[in-house]
Design a protein around this ligand. Structure first.
Ligand code: 26A
Length: 342
């Protein structure tokens, strides 16, 4: 059966990626790790101009869950996905509008007249990427926008929600409103752990959203950060997946599924904390890898598109692996055109 119009509603931070090939000196100048995602502090604020002026940076539509929303729309029939978040009234927002339009993604942005559109500096060194985000207008997303009649109608019409954990730094009440709506109506709530700093430094709002997760998606470093901040006393990814899947759950009609990706190593899945299943990734020749920024977002996109289309768990995971393989052959979190079909 074809999914409903705008069956999938996604929420998080729309960002413009300012991405360039960097080097160790650039990482050191701003105190960045080669592979990380952080919120910009005062000392980082110069990096965006630096990347543009001295490293020939490219401007690419980004934001973790917005990438996932574009990717899910790539795999689903037209008018399947809508994305919510906050932008400014500026040229960067215009670039985002162009990118989502080309992808066929509907967006309902909260437009802030004062704050600029959020930026994410992405420094590529070898196969690593270091991301430093100045949220700007994305940080001003609010419950008022979510609850406005036009937007709330989209919330009510959707059957699936995807929330990026990065939004826990912005507006936990909006996440909670979607979570409650899902649990109350037995809709599907998918949550991404997003980055290690979320379980490390946003533990309380993360734990408040956990009972609502029907699907929780993360990579191995996020899983390890979760285990450490929650005193799990294990570094075994399979055990962490089981623990995540077994957390108390609000909607008891669905068992929670925890999915942990591990780059080119197999994806680990636990349903309800019981059995762990292992899924190989789609092999790819090293020479075909262009840029792995957004590989995780693409996995989540293919996976969630499968859920929306009512596919089996195994097929959803395979769709995720398939879309991630396509995305890492592109520059930034992008997907090839002309469109390929699964
Ligand atoms: C709040 N933070 C730090 C963030 C992000 C983010 N998206 C939302 N919020 N930090 C990095 N990203 C996005 O991650 C993508 C790659 O997975 C980047 O914009 C990039 O497109």
């Amino acid at each position: 059966m074809a999914p409903k119009e705008y069956a999938l509603l996604c929420l998080e931070n729309p960002l413009l990626d300012i991405q360039a090939q960097g080097n160790a000196a650039l990482l050191e100048k701003y105190g960045l790790k080669p592979n990380d995602a952080i919120l910009a502090e005062e000392k980082h604020k110069g990096i965006y101009e630096d990347l543009l002026n001295n490293y020939s940076a490219k401007l690419i539509a980004g934001g973790g869950a917005q990438n996932t929303a574009r990717g899910a729309q790539y795999m689903l029939p037209p008018n399947s996905v809508v994305f919510l978040g906050g932008v400014g009234d500026d040229k960067y927002a215009a670039i985002l509008h162009d990118a989502v339009k080309a992808a066929g993604l509907r967006v309902e942005y909260r437009v802030d007249k004062v704050q600029p559109t959020g930026r994410c500096g992405v420094v590529i060194t070898d196969h690593n990427r270091s991301m430093c985000t100045d949220l700007g207008a994305a940080n001003h997303y609010d419950l008022e926008h979510l609850k406005s009649p036009e937007v709330w109608k989209l919330v009510e019409g959707a059957t699936h929600y995807f929330v990026g954990g990065y939004h826990l730094t912005v507006c936990p009440p909006a996440i909670q409103a979607l979570a409650e709506e899902a649990a109350k109506n037995d809709k599907v709530f998918v949550f991404s752990l997003s980055a290690p700093f979320i379980p490390q430094f946003f533990k309380d709002p993360l734990d408040a959203s956990a009972p609502y997760w029907d699907y929780v998606i993360g990579n191995e470093t996020e899983a390890l950060a979760y285990a450490e901040s929650h005193g799990l006393e294990t570094k075994d990814i399979k055990e962490i997946a089981k623990a995540l899947a077994a957390l108390p759950k609000k909607n008891t009609k669905r068992e929670r599924v925890a999915i942990i990706t591990q780059g080119t190593d197999p994806t680990i899945v636990s349903v309800g904390g019981k059995d762990v299943q292992v899924f190989e990734v789609h092999p790819i020749e090293k020479s075909l890898i262009n840029d792995t920024t957004g590989a995780g977002d693409a996995f989540a996109a293919g996976f969630t598109a499968g859920l929306v289309a009512g596919e089996s768990l195994a097929r959803c995971i395979d769709q995720g692996q398939w879309l991630a393989k396509l995305s890492i052959q592109e520059l930034g979190p992008s997907f090839p055109f002309p469109k390929q079909t699964y």
